[in-house]
Design a protein around this ligand. Structure first.
Ligand code: AMP
Length: 380
């Protein structure tokens, strides 16, 4: 079943109705597929463009069954699908991506182990169940270090950076959310990411390496190609390909990396789906990460990943969504993506812009200033 090619006119079912689902659906529809989405709210970013909307909780087995029934293939943009729902999907739907990689990446403990078992490096870490283990781990790893919940965290949520021992008790509050992981703080010169796709037939394609700049732990800018030696970019691509092969990837995997001050690449995090840092591919690559994902799960040949232009993606978070209206001149050199979210919340990903141009230092400073001024305004 998993090797079956799915041809246009078939329906692709998407679990999760956010912006990742939205652009999966747009790509699917461009290629002649139909799109169905399951999301807890109606008229979600994906629901607005899908042919069919199923409004149900991610754990609602009836909703999952309904999606499986109308879909020729099911994929996801939401990572925290629970175990029962996944089992039901495995039984009742065509889920070529399977559930193993999703389960592995749902928990930072199994994710780290999977990365290390694949032969890749991660920051030194310890698994923490209680305060005593936290104290012992700090003695071994030293400070600064970052404590993260093993499950459920994203965009810096569920994390505490410990700079001195006096903060241990406050950090330990995270343990009320379950098992945590303490990681050494990595002195990195740059954060990078690589999006890799593997089709149901085993074909692999890797996108150009992005340089990612975060603000308040949320992605701010992705610059492509990353401003590092080609040898490092090549190493990052090989690493992503190795992970794709060793972890039995089907679909899309985002690999987030630290380039350390010593020039080493450490894997920070994996996401088994298209990723915010791959949005630049919508305009700057021969094939977007979303189209590639659709091709991969449907068993079509993968598209080219060559960079058509260098450039930069900038997120529109919270009330930054007003920036393109306040600075219409930006639209002359950028493509605008708004996700159709009805409510603006601080830090919420409302949209992004992609600039297709060579980035010189003066231009970068001016652009960054526009965002930084607003950032000061809303206290993020
Ligand atoms: P994460 O949710 O694990 O991707 O972390 C969000 C951001 O926090 C990363 O993109 C980094 O900027 C920062 N960060 C997380 N873990 C570490 C670490 N061990 N060392 C340095 N920075 C980190």
């Amino acid at each position: 079943m998993a090797k079956q090619t799915i041809f246009p006119n078939a329906t692709i079912g998407i679990i999760g109705g956010g912006q990742l689902g939205r652009y999966m659906a747009v790509s699917a529809k461009q290629m002649g597929y139909r799109a169905a989405v399951l999301d807890p709210v109606t008229q979600s970013p994906c629901g607005q463009v899908a042919d069919t909307e199923i409004t149900a909780a991610y754990s609602d087995l009836d909703g999952i069954r309904q999606l499986a029934e109308i879909s020729d293939v099911v994929t996801y943009e939401f990572e925290n699908i629970d175990y029962d729902a996944l089992n039901q999907l495995k039984e009742e739907a065509n889920l070529p991506q399977g559930s193993e990689l999703l389960l592995l990446t749902q928990n930072r403990e199994t994710e780290k182990k999977g990365i290390v078992d694949a032969g890749c490096e991660v920051a030194p870490y310890r698994i923490i169940h209680d305060e005593k283990e936290l104290e012992d781990a700090v003695d071994v790893l030293g400070l600064p270090a970052v404590l993260k919940t093993c499950r459920g965290g994203y965009d810096g949520k569920g994390q505490y950076v410990i700079k001195e021992k006096g903060q241990l008790q406050e950090a330990a509050a995270l343990l009320t959310h379950g098992t945590c992981i303490l990681e050494s703080w990595v002195p990195f010169q740059m954060e990078l990411s690589v999006i890799v796709t593997r089709s149901i037939h085993g074909e692999i394609a890797v996108f150009p390496v992005a340089e990612n700049i975060h603000k308040h732990n949320i992605l701010f800018q992705s610059i492509v190609p990353a401003r590092v030696d080609e040898s490092i970019q090549e190493k990052a691509k090989v690493l992503a390909t190795t992970l794709a092969e060793k972890l039995g990837l089907v679909g899309t995997l985002a690999v987030e990396l630290f380039l350390t001050n010593d020039g080493e690449l450490l894997v920070n995090e994996l996401a088994p789906r298209p990723h915010n840092s791959g949005h630049y591919t919508l305009d700057l690559c021969e094939t977007s990460q979303f189209e590639q994902h659709v091709r991969a799960i449907c068993g079509l040949p993968l598209g080219g990943t060559a960079l058509l232009s260098e450039g930069m993606m900038v997120n529109l978070l919270g009330d930054e969504v007003d920036i393109p209206l306040e600075h219409p001149e930006l639209l002359k050199e950028a493509k605008l993506y708004l996700y159709g979210k009805h409510e603006v919340k601080e830090g919420r990903k409302m949209g992004h812009m992609t600039f297709m141009k060579q980035l010189d230092d003066e231009w970068m400073t001016n652009i960054t200033k526009i965002w930084t001024e607003r950032d000061g305004g809303n206290g993020k």
